[in-house]
Design a protein around this ligand. Structure first.
Ligand code: ADP
Length: 405
């Protein structure tokens, strides 16, 4: 076991995902998840050396759960002493943070000032930070922001065509998310494309339950499909992605829905779930489509079409295109979505190799276009935890901000 490990914490509103990681090689020494916090059924599952341990913690909140995680760590011989830093995933850094930051009282205060931009996530992230700083007072704590990577976007990408004072006075602008994933994936992809990162132009599609696309030029985000919130852009598992904003008014007037009801519908009942009427899970939808379920077929069709349309719309931000890269649960595993999307992007010079595409699943990475294809398509498994761990460990030696590669 390495003697320099990082505890990575991702605190959600009712869950905490955590992992103890070797930042050099990415080995996960311990992983786990606390779920159903603040309820009778709260529990933590630990996974170590392939073995699972469950601990029931009725009504535990973030504090109790993190204390239980620390107790578990301290019971494992040598593990506690090997942890040299803590990395925290933080969803929203607003315009304050362009890079990962060593957490001081001032940084924590600024994260709190972004709460209004991510009211479900940032307060939970902050609760995790505050508890972890109490439990590990002697270790450096680093905040790694989902939004930071996109702070390089030019104004033409991030300003909405709305009254400008909404940007100046109310922080209404496009921020983008999945930045930690894009930062990791673009480095791997540049190597696979045999290009220096500083001279590369790619579109990356991170397709998980939430999904987005990013134009990365020379290692910097130029444009992305998510906006002020993670709902803008392509079709998600349960979220609508971009729709005509005036549908809100129609629903309010015709169906007498209030803003919370409309919002719930757009965030929880739309996307793949809304179209298929069956599931938000791409695997389930693919199986149903195979068996002839028409709305699942339609859901896949709309998903791939909107994705292809959005990928193509990213090219003006790049000026040229070296590759299209797929990542996230769907991007890494669904050869069906990849094939259907890329079929519609042939005009860009993408020539898919059907056998390579089919063979690249379950954590595999590789090129899925023919050797002669002018523009490449790649699959690159993301690793946000490793990225967070690598940012965090750099503060052990140098107390400086770390940012995009
Ligand atoms: P999250 O955004 O929650 O991190 P993931 O990146 O894990 O999500 O992606 C989850 C999505 O990946 C789900 O829609 C799931 O169905 C899809 N997925 C996972 N494996 C496969 C597969 N073999 N084929 C198609 N979709 C898959």
């Amino acid at each position: 076991m390495s003697t320099s490990l990082v505890l990575v914490i991702n605190c959600g509103s009712s869950s905490i995902k955590f992992a103890v990681i070797d930042p050099q090689f990415g080995d996960e020494v311990l992983t786990g998840q606390a779920e159903r916090l603040f309820s009778e059924g709260a529990e933590i599952a630990f996974k170590q050396n392939g073995e699972k341990t469950r601990v029931s913690l009725p009504n535990a909140g973030h504090d109790e759960a993190l204390v239980a995680v620390v107790e578990f760590i301290q019971q494992q011989p040598g593990l506690g002493e090997s942890i040299k830093a803590v990395g925290h995933r933080v969803v929203h850094g607003g315009e304050f943070f362009r890079e990962s930051m060593l957490i001081t009282d001032e940084v924590a205060d600024k994260i709190g000032q972004c709460n209004h931009l991510a009211p479900l996530h940032n307060p939970a992230n902050l609760a995790g930070i505050e508890t972890a700083r109490k439990v590990f007072p002697d270790l450096p704590h680093t905040a790694v922001f989902d939004t930071a990577f996109h702070q390089s976007m030019p104004a033409k990408s991030y300003i909405y065509p709305l009254p400008y004072k909404l940007y100046e006075e109310n922080a209404v602008r496009r921020y983008g998310f999945h930045g930690t994933s894009y930062r990791y994936v673009c480095v791997q992809a540049a190597t696979m494309l045999k290009r220096p990162l500083e001279d590369s132009a790619m579109v990356i599609a991170h397709l998980g339950n939430g999904a987005s696309v990013c134009a990365v030029k020379n290692g910097e985000s130029m444009e992305t499909s998510m906006g002020m919130t993670p709902n803008e852009g392509i079709v998600h598992g349960t979220r609508s992605g971009s729709i005509d904003p005036s549908i809100h008014e129609y629903l309010a007037k015709q169906l007498d829905m209030n803003i919370d009801q409309i919002n719930d519908m757009l965030w929880k009942e739309s996307g793949l779930l809304g179209i298929s009427g069956l599931s938000n899970d791409c695997r389930t939808i693919e199986e149903a489509a195979e068996e002839g379920h028409e709305r699942s077929q339609l859901a896949l069709e709309i998903y791939s079409y909107r994705l292809a349309r959005t990928i193509a719309s990213m090219v003006p931000a790049l000026g040229r295109l070296d590759g299209v890269v797929f990542t996230g649960g769907i991007g890494e595993n669904s050869d069906v979505i990849r094939a259907e999307t890329l079929r519609q992007l042939q005009f860009l010079g993408i020539d898919v190799d059907a056998a390579r595409n089919k063979a690249t699943i379950r954590g595999g990475s590789g090129e899925i276009t023919t050797d002669a294809s002018p523009v490449k398509a790649l699959v690159v498994p993301t690793n946000e935890e490793l990225m967070i761990a690598q940012d965090a460990v750099r503060f052990v030696e140098a107390a400086q901000p770390v940012g995009a590669e």
